[in-house]
Each structure stands twice: as structure tokens, then as C-alpha cells.
Design a protein around this ligand. Sequence first.
Ligand code: ZN
Length: 407
Amino acid sequence: MRFSFQKKCRRGDPAVSPCEKNAAVCPAGDDTASGAAHGGEKHPLRFLWWLVCLPLAGGLQLAARTVPGFGEWYAVHIYPLLAQPVNFITGLLPFSAMELVCCALLAAAPVLAVRLVLRLVREKDAKVRLRRALYALARLACLVSAALLAFTLLCGINYHRYTFAQHSGLPVQDSTAAELRALCEELAQSANALAPQVPRDENGVADLLGEGFGSVADAADAAYAAAARIYPVLGGSYGSAKPMLGSFFMSRLQLTGIFFPFTVESNVNALAPSYNVPATVCHELAHLRGFMREDEANFLAYFACMQSADVRLVYSGTVLALVHAGNALAKADPEAYVQLRGSYTEPLLRDLAANNAYWARFEDKPLSELGEKVNDTYLKANGQADGTRSYGRMVDLLLAERRARLG
Ligand SMILES: [Zn+2]
């Protein structure tokens, strides 16, 4: 499940805390010397044409990174033509197709590997044994090539489109500590006012999934429809985010959501503290609409939540923005951050404490460290030089949005 092609998203309040049988992809080539027995005319290496996917993927990646405007042209004109049909098909399933694919791969890989090893061990003819091993490697290379091309088409090029600031005209620039402080105060004021309005459990902690995940997912779709009326680039015919059956595994990896390009699905950890969930849904929906950079997906999550008439989304988006802006303030002006924290009301503090307590259970564990490392490497490989730190750069967009709002 943790392949390098996945988008991974996490958040918190850190300041306060295949294969001999891969016929589906590689047409069943004969891995023995008896190709003639399978029809005679068919060449046993005919499946190798799949390797053309590799230079295709490489060429597209190179063009996205070096040809000005190519990434944006692709994101606007080609990506929707590929993504929307795939998303429609996987959307017919009431569960995450990504989880189905990952489980199938995890189950099939060891079986196929053991089967290959047994065949190699039992083979007496050294030449046939070598040929079988090479064929297996060639099929694996075909599969990897096809996966790289699919990744590039359904996600990789989008990392190199225009920034959302370019789309929106928001004036991203260096900001003063005073501007950051003012932004934090505004967000804290809003969060304090919204906190008592959202549903809460018997412990007084926000419980935004009481009406089910589907209710939040529907509200998020409506929020994006509203956001698309302001920025049409956020429109498109895309399905809803899905809750993951493997949410607990996601928590162990310290992840709140994944956009999976192979099934073009937004998948969400439904076990994360619920004040996170609506914003996470909107974050993953931003990726689904072709905005892959993490800072932009976070900002778009906030922006979409702000267009919602549903207080659960407005609260979730506001706290998302407050946590990231607060973390930036803690670095820029620690004293001002302490003052800011002092202004948080009890319900908000309870939600932040519950969030920190939840994630603390999974910290400093091998899986969480692996999740962080893979995500960081993945982001850097896709041109996001800041790696996982890029999530926090949403603050630049928040400041720009405030600047534009105030004129
Ligand atoms: Zn993300």
C-alpha cells in the first residue's frame, strides 16, 4: 500500500505538541523453451512492448518539468479526460478500490514469488532456469513501467502545473510577523466561535461523523461545487471521497488520507479525530481535481470548507488553518504564540488535546517513521523540495487570501 506513487497527507498540532502470472498487465508470455507449444507463431518475448511505457513516462515527466506551460495544459485539457472516467468506474464501488488493489497485490506477490522459486529450484536444465528467471524479471520490469506511466498520467505531471496562486491571482509574498499574528487571531476567534456549534460526544470532544462519513463527504462535494463557482478550475465531474476500511493501519502510518492515482480515488482515514476529517476530505478532493502540491491542497481544503453552509466543514477548515498558522507563529514569535494559545476556548482546546493524544499513540514507532520517510522522499521526488514541510506552506496562501480580502 505504501508505494511511492501515493499522495500522503498528515497533520497535527506539533507546535503543542509482480511475476509469472501477471497476465493482466503482461500478456502471458511463455517462460519456457516451448513457446511453440503455445501457438507457435507468438514470440515468447512479445510482452516486452510494455517497456515502451518507461521512456514515455520519462519523456512526459521531463516535459512537465522543463517545458513552460506543459503541466498546466495537461492538467486542464488531458488529465480530466483520463481521470474522470476512471474515477466514475471506481466510484461505482461502495468501498475503496485502492484497498482492493493493494490487498490483491499483497496476497498475490508472495504466492507468485514462491511459485517462481519452486519452479527454478526444480528445473534441472541450467539454461531453462536462467531463461525463466530472466523472463520473470522482464515481466516485473513491464509491470513497473506500466505503473510509472499510469502514475505520470494520473498524478505526476500535475505536480508541475501552475500554482493556485497563479490561478487565483492571490498575492503570495513575504509577510510580516504582525500579519501572521493578525491572521492567527482571526482564525482563533472564528474557531472559538464555531467550536460550541459542532456536535460533541459525552467527553465534550467534537464528533463530526455522528451522521456518518457519507454526510460529510456529501457536504464536501457541495462545498467544492460552491468553490468552483468562484474558481472554475476547481470544478469537474468527480465522485466523493471514501472512508478506508484500513483506517487503523493509516493511523499507524500517521496518515489522514491518500489520493491513489491508479484508481483515481480520494481515500480518507475515518478513525482520525473527527474534527480533522472534513478538512482531510476536502484536501484529498483537491488532489482529485489535479492540485497535487500539499500546501495548495491544504489551502484549497480550507477554502472549500469556508464555502460550505455546514458548520462541521467550516469548523474543520478553520482549525486546519489555525493549526498551521499557529505553528508558523510559534517559530516566528514564540511569545505571541503563547498569547494566542491563551485565547483558545475550552472546546477548542479539548479537540486539539484529543487530536494530540490520538496521534501520540503512534509516534516514534517503526511504521510511523517509515510513513514519514516515504512521504518525504515521495514529495521530494516529485519536485516538492520541502518534502513533508510543504504542508505548512499553506500559511503563505492564507496570508495572501487575507491580504486580498482586506484590499
Ligand atoms: Zn495531500
